[in-house]
Design a protein around this ligand. Structure first.
Ligand code: FES
Length: 307
């Protein structure tokens, strides 16, 4: 989940991770590289302002990844379509409403799948390694399902009652495809940790804990400290202190190594920007806020407590 890139603000090259030894790229890597570049060309890059469209697709405004919330629509609608299909096939008395029901469900699923595809591609464009490969297969199977259901809808719209035997066959194959894709999507989350809040397991004590002598904290510079065994990034601006978790909620990047612009820190890995005073993500791909810490000064020491 790391990258090396040009900093759009300063023009400097930001070294973010050791460069892995060169290995011959596989076909899936070459396809993924090309597709990720194409996606970023359309929806924008995390490091090129204003980043609004890409941030919108990630769900930063929602405080939750948008893609998994939308995926329920095509899965549910297409499952319903197949149920209507079976009723239509086995029950002549229900043929008209069942065929119309399947037709509507297929179309609703197509609309949901388009939304899921666009938001999923935005998330996938920031992925690397094994998760990127699994994500490519996940997208491929979902694309196959979408194509099959579009053909099914076209066949149905060409009939007087919405019923189509060929459409039923396409629906069943499409549903199998989307369910296998859903399994791979779950694998990305539960096995590879994609789209989970990487600060979710960080504990916080009830009491303030001494973190750093005041004299050791320079003005307007990020400083990493440990509080209750958790890395925290600390900032002093005039007489105001702010502190948030140093582990980026998106994929675990070190925020203390990020670029600081005013009160905003930019993650060195994928460019998410967080407000230091409250941990709020301003631009994606991060969607979850950083845990915030209360700060006080006692006897020349900066003390922190998880807010
Ligand atoms: S780790 Fe991805 S933006 Fe921070």
């Amino acid at each position: 989940m790391r990258e090396t890139s040009d900093d759009a603000t300063t023009g400097n090259v930001v070294e973010t991770a050791p460069t892995p030894p060169a290995t011959p790229s596989s076909l899936t890597d070459r396809i993924s590289d090309g597709l990720q570049n194409a996606v970023k060309a359309v929806i924008g890059s995390n490091r090129k302002p204003p980043r609004r469209f890409k941030t919108l697709l990630h769900g930063t405004w929602l405080g939750h990844p948008l893609h998994p919330a939308i995926t329920d629509v095509p899965i549910g609608a297409w499952l319903l379509a197949v149920i209507f299909d079976i009723v239509w096939l086995v029950s002549p008395a229900a043929s008209v409403w069942a065929a119309r029901g399947a037709e509507v469900a297929v179309i609703v699923g197509i609309l949901g799948a388009i939304g899921a595809a666009v938001t999923g591609l935005a998330d996938w464009s920031d992925s690397y390694g094994a998760e990127r490969t699994v994500g490519l297969y996940h997208a491929g199977l979902n694309s196959l399902a979408l194509i099959l259901f579009i053909i099914s809808a076209a066949l149905r719209l060409g009939t007087s009652d919405g019923g189509s035997v060929a459409g039923v066959a396409l629906d069943i194959v499409g549903l199998v495809s989307v369910l296998v894709a859903a399994y791979l999507g779950g694998d990305m989350v539960f096995d590879k940790g994609v789209a989970v809040n990487h600060t979710a397991w960080e504990a916080g004590g009830d009491d303030f804990e001494a973190a750093l002598p005041v004299a050791d904290l320079p003005e307007h510079a990020l400083r990493r400290v440990m509080v209750a065994g958790v890395p925290v990034v600390l900032l002093k601006m005039g007489d105001k202190y702010s502190a948030i978790a140093a582990t980026c909620s998106h994929a675990g990047g070190p925020l203390d190594e990020g670029a600081l612009q005013g009160d905003v820190v930019e993650c060195p890995w994928h460019g998410s920007r967080f407000r230091m005073r409250d941990g709020k993500p301003l631009t994606g791909p991060a969607t979850f806020a950083q845990p915030r810490y209360d700060v006080r000064v006692r006897n020349g020491m900066i003390e922190l407590r998880r807010a």
